[in-house]
Design a binder for this molecule. Structure first.
Ligand code: SF4
Ligand code: SF4
Length: 154
């Protein structure tokens, strides 16, 4: 089948390859179900503070086969993996796990800077330690801990 050529980019060939690659990673299965409604972006806590971060746009880029742009973008490391987008998506597109798939591919294929991966691991370890501490603390101690964190991050 012929491919569509726009500005020397082979849209159809790229779409098949990259979108299939993402769909093949566990969690990425429903990527083609997205109909670009934007509900995910509307409820995303990262989009609220970083306007360039938009789950709907990232999915669209995957559909268009923009592999290099997506996997080399620092934006894919901003997701907090909170699953809010997935819980609101009318098409059951699991964007949180798609983000995991993108990070996996970015590391596997050498797009992710080593410093970014290291920083991300450190943040995850800190977040995990914090979650465990929050679970163990009493209600009063949890409130105190939250106030301390708020004061630290301003
Ligand atoms: S909410 Fe679901 S269908 Fe709508 S843009 Fe986001 S991923 Fe796509
Ligand atoms: S999982 Fe990521 S993309 Fe989805 S709402 Fe949370 S921060 Fe946003």
């Amino acid at each position: 089948m012929d491919s569509t050529k726009i500005d020397s980019v082979d849209i159809q060939a790229n779409e098949t390859t990259f979108c299939d690659e993402v769909a093949a990673v566990p969690g990425g299965e429903h990527i083609r179900m997205c109909f670009s409604c934007g509900t995910c972006a509307a409820g995303c806590p990262v989009t609220e503070v970083e306007k360039d971060y938009n789950p709907r746009k990232i999915i669209r880029q995957i559909h268009l086969g923009m592999k290099k742009e997506v996997l080399s973008s620092p934006l894919i490391w901003l997701c907090m993996m909170c699953y809010r987008c997935y819980s609101r998506c009318p098409q059951q597109v699991n964007f949180t796990d798609i983000m995991g798939a993108l990070r996996f591919l970015a590391i596997k294929e050498g797009y992710a800077p080593k410093t970014t991966v290291k920083q991300n691991d450190e943040i995850e370890m800190l977040a995990q330690a914090l979650r465990q501490k929050m679970i163990r603390e009493s209600d009063q101690e949890k409130i105190k801990l939250m106030e301390e964190i708020k004061a630290k991050i301003g």
